[in-house]
Ligand binder design. Structure first.
Ligand SMILES: Cc1cc2nc3c(=O)[nH]c(=O)nc-3n(C[C@H](O)[C@H](O)[C@H](O)COP(=O)(O)OP(=O)(O)OC[C@H]3O[C@@H](n4cnc5c(N)ncnc54)[C@H](O)[C@@H]3O)c2cc1C
Length: 123
């Protein structure tokens, strides 16, 4: 494939877990088109399996810098830095944070409703 044609293609990130979403945020920050593919029903599907358990690291270590930058533009505020969220809180307050956006570039497989922060920088 020619380089020019390849440049038109989005970067595909497989898995809308904390790492995949952080990777996507970094790619967006660099001006690249990204599609996140998620086999579960929503972002953070693996974390949801232990939603009742507290993380062992506080919020300050759980939020990716690029993701913070993008989410803050939607009015999102950093959770209390020293608090230990449960998996469910980690999902609700971060991984599935859903600002009202006109469109989403994320393709989450069965449920196109995962983290929409990528849309923001493209609209
Ligand atoms: C009880 C518990 C507590 C933890 N506490 C902490 C903590 O305090 N601090 C910390 O840093 N880490 C903690 N961890 C570890 C942390 O959860 C993981 O390191 C982190 O979730 C890994 O993120 P990930 O995005 O790589 O993978 P995952 O969270 O596993 O996400 C992978 C995603 O990819 C999807 N997927 C899988 N296969 C495919 C496929 N073929 N196609 C498309 N999608 C696919 C899955 O559905 C899932 O949504 C904890 C883990 C557990 C179990």
């Amino acid at each position: 494939m020619e380089n020019a044609a390849r440049a038109e293609l989005p970067v595909v990130v497989i898995g809308a877990g904390p790492v995949g979403l952080a990777a996507a945020a970094h790619l967006v920050e660099r001006g690249l088109d990204v599609v996140v593919l998620e086999s579960g029903d929503q972002a953070g599907d693996a974390v949801a399996q232990w939603g009742h358990v507290h993380l062992f690291s506080p919020w300050r270590y759980n939020v990716d810098g690029s993701a913070r930058e993008l989410l803050t533009r939607t009015g999102w505020a950093d959770p209390e830095a020293d608090e230990l969220p449960t998996g469910a809180e980690f999902i609700a307050n971060y991984l599935r944070r859903s600002p009202r956006l006109p469109r989403s570039r994320l393709d989450c497989g069965r449920t196109p409703a995962c983290w929409p922060l990528l849309a923001m920088v493209r609209t």
